[in-house]
Design a protein around this ligand. Structure first.
Ligand SMILES: NC(=O)C1=CN([C@@H]2O[C@H](COP(=O)(O)OP(=O)(O)OC[C@H]3O[C@@H](n4cnc5c(N)ncnc54)[C@H](OP(=O)(O)O)[C@@H]3O)[C@@H](O)[C@H]2O)C=CC1
Ligand SMILES: O=C(O)[C@H](O)COP(=O)(O)O
Length: 496
């Protein structure tokens, strides 16, 4: 049960506390935010609605704590991260249970998210000691007109206070993917968890608390993004924002000050299927890529662009696999579980109805009960349908039949998104040409889009984001370069 056993300190009555200055606290607002269980549609948990004054205090302590953390040897920072990773994995069961209740993640996937997060923290600690342990040494005579009178030493130093805002679909993993690089690089960290997923995130941070990180180095402020979001992202105490989510990221990047931003936003990942593709492999990847966690992944396959000659056979194969997907509650480890909110379900339904009205072929009957939407494959989708362009973030997948590869690439590139894409063909030379032509941050050849393994670079083009994630890129992004130049009175060359 959430807030029980070792986690008892984070619960006050039926409300979870926020975390500031190394302590678990009740907000002076006296207000709470309810978290609705997507399956029961009843209030599952409550969290504190933090005030602006509390945010100000958190920013102050984060600034102070960062100064002494930056003086903590790198190997000690790594040691604490390894400890937090181990504690997190040890407590995977109660944290996974929160994910099941708050965001209806299938039970097995919820455990995987926590374990994967522990691994990510450890990997970041190891990578951090390597890449932050190295600097650069430059000599002046490599530039025309200079003698060797200057030695330039460059190193990577912390930015200060990093604000991390993850989305509901990976509230633990996409939080640690920001927390661990920030900390190993010597920054302090303020986390604003997504409302759906906040309780899982609070449990995860309690593992960092148990590991013994200094007071005030990590803080968690809870509350609705629509209420405290602007105050946080425009706060003068913030030196870097790492955000994952939807269009909110576009407005944050317009409002934030002159600070480094890492934005991972939406996607409309295309799956281009050529005539020579192994259609069993494609069908398996469409199921995994399009319907895992009910399509609520930024990297989900969100449109299939298949050559007309292969389309009938592919659609039949996918239809057969859709029929085998288990639909129901996350506790039963079903493949398709309720989507995160009623408004999300309504939005998905709007896309489905638009496609119906405009003549798409329904491969299954459309069925919805509450937030639970049965998996649906829509064939013969045309560009005038909303589902051809918008991301449902649900278990509905459009198929567009194409007459040429160029048509597929054109559809992919006409999207305002550019996160990932995939191409299926046995001809690797063709695949490379198509990959180069697709305007997306990553192209997978003969596999569905995916962020993981978590150390791979992960970036979106166009409205899908700014910057690149993945362990190494995130560590680098959360540092700035400092140079010290030693000036010599006379040139000095080593003779060997
Ligand atoms: N590219 C990627 O890696 C990923 C992209 N996404 C995209 O995210 C969307 C779904 O996730 P969802 O969580 O609903 O996304 P949102 O953009 O609605 O929310 C993301 C986070 O931002 C917070 N937030 C909301 N308003 C503000 C604000 N004004 N200022 C600061 N923070 C704010 C939310 O808090 P609160 O919950 O309290 O509103 C949440 O923590 C989809 O479009 C999906 O494609 C999702 C996952 C990964
Ligand atoms: O937010 C998302 O949807 C994730 O970044 C996707 O991660 P995955 O591809 O590893 O599931």
């Amino acid at each position: 049960m959430a807030g029980n056993g070792v986690f008892a300190e984070i619960l006050d009555g039926d409300v979870f506390k926020y975390y500031a200055d190394g302590e678990w606290k009740k907000s002076s607002s006296g207000k709470t935010v309810a978290i609705t269980n997507p399956t029961t549609r009843k209030t599952q948990y409550k969290v504190q609605a933090c005030t602006q004054e509390e945010v100000n205090k958190v920013m102050d302590t984060a600034k102070t704590a960062q100064k002494s953390w930056a003086k903590t040897p790198l190997w000690k920072r790594a040691e604490l991260l390894h400890k937090a990773a181990a504690i997190l994995k040890e407590h995977k069961a109660p944290i996974a249970e929160c994910l099941v209740k708050e965001i209806a993640k299938p039970a097995k996937d919820a455990v995987t998210e926590v374990v994967r997060s522990g691994d990510l923290i450890s990997y970041t600690a190891e990578e951090g000691v390597r890449i932050l342990g190295e600097g650069k040494f430059l000599v002046s005579d490599s530039f025309p007109g200079n003698e060797r009178t200057k030695y330039c030493l460059t190193s990577k130093i912390p930015l200060g206070v990093v604000l991390a805002i993850p989305p509901f679909n990976y509230p633990v993993n996409l939080a640690v993917s920001k927390i661990a690089p920030a900390l190993i690089a010597g920054n302090s960290l303020v986390l604003k968890p997504p409302t759906q997923g906040a309780v899982a995130a609070l449990h995860m941070v309690y593992c960092f608390h148990l590991a013994g990180f200094p007071k005030g180095l990590i803080s968690v402020v809870t509350g609705k993004g629509s209420e405290i979001g602007d105050f946080l992202t425009m706060h003068p105490g913030v030196n870097c924002i790492s955000f994952t989510g939807g269009d909110t990221g576009v407005s944050i990047s317009k409002k934030a000050g002159m600070i480094p931003l890492q934005m991972e936003l939406g996607g409309k990942d295309a799956c281009i299927v050529l005539e020579d593709a192994d259609l069993d492999l494609v069908a398996a990847n469409i199921i995994k890529g399009g319907f895992s966690y009910s399509g609520q992944r930024c990297t989900a396959v969100k449109v299939v662009l298949v050559m007309e000659s292969a389309a009938d056979a592919l659609v039949e194969k996918v239809k057969a696999k859709v029929a085998k997907l288990k639909v129901g509650p996350p506790e039963d480890d079903c493949d398709i579980t309720p989507v995160v909110s009623e408004s999300s379900a309504n939005y998905i339904e709007g896309l489905v109805m638009d496609a119906k009205q405009k003549g798409a072929t329904f491969c299954q009957e459309y069925k919805r009960e509450g937030n639970l939407i049965w998996p649906l494959l829509l064939d013969n989708v045309r560009p005038d349908m909303r589902i051809a362009w918008e991301e449902p973030f649900g278990p509905v997948l459009p198929v567009i039949r194409i007459g040429s590869v160029e048509e597929g690439i054109h559809h992919c590139n006409a999207s305002n998104f550019g996160l990932q894409g995939c191409v299926f063909t046995k001809d690797v030379n063709k695949a490379m040409l198509i990959s180069d032509a697709m305007e997306t941050g990553t192209v997978q050849i003969n596999s569905a889009p995916a962020r993981g393994p978590d150390h791979f670079p992960f970036q979106g083009f166009k409205d899908s984001g700014i910057g690149s994630q993945g362990v190494t890129n995130s560590i680098n992004m959360m540092t700035k370069i400092k140079t010290t130049v030693i000036n010599l009175p006379t040139p000095s060359y080593t003779m060997g």
